[in-house]
Design a protein around this ligand. Structure first.
Ligand code: S3P
Length: 175
């Protein structure tokens, strides 16, 4: 099986993907890490030096190169904006990825993102009084696509990381 984890920034896609891969013996690929390896630059630097449009093109190229390898038994964690672009959704569908939306409540995301906004180019320069509105608006603009594209809309409540991981693991093993 090929699994793609996607969802908003701060949803825990990379941590869940990594741990799930350890539990299942699947390979783990993190798209943002792939982009950093490919360019030799951090995501922050790519945005700062080349801008978001260039980043989206690089993101598409790296996703294409990744899925072209036709690896099986793989878990791919995607950046929060990647599936907004139709060409990226098409790639995942063509390669039969099982697409899981890591659906975390917006108020939880906001609290998490406040704590590590510096890692995220879209957020790091926001002022305190515009932070929450920006995140809510970006989330709303993506929500429909996030929900429609999902094979599994995996809702994460107020539970520990271990509980979430366990639920996701059993869901995948027994369905
Ligand atoms: C982005 C999410 C980030 C990263 C980039 C853009 C987005 O990944 O790809 O900063 O547009 O939501 P994470 O979702 O892993 O933070």
């Amino acid at each position: 099986m090929r699994i793609a984890l996607y969802g908003f920034m701060g949803a825990g896609k990379s941590s869940l993907g990594q741990k799930l891969a350890q539990k299942t013996g699947y390979d783990f690929i993190d798209l943002d890490t792939g982009i950093e390896n490919y360019t030799g630059q951090s995501i922050n630097d790519i945005f700062a030096l080349q801008g978001e449009i260039a980043f989206r093109q690089i993101e598409h190229n790296v996703l294409k190169n990744t899925v072209k390898q036709n690896k099986d038994n793989v878990i791919l964690a995607l950046g929060g904006g990647s599936i907004i672009h139709p060409a990226n959704r098409k790639l995942l569908e063509m390669k039969n990825f099982y697409k899981i939306y890591i659906n975390v409540d917006i108020s939880v995301l906001i609290e998490r993102l406040k704590k590590d906004k510096n890692k995220r180019p879209l957020l790091k320069d926001l002022k305190e009084d515009e932070f929450e509105d920006y995140i809510r608006a970006l989330f709303e603009s993506r929500r429909n696509i996030y929900e429609k594209f999902a094979d599994l809309n995996f809702k994460v409540g107020l539970e520990s990381f271990e509980t979430t991981l366990g639920r996701l693991h059993s869901y995948l093993s027994f369905n």
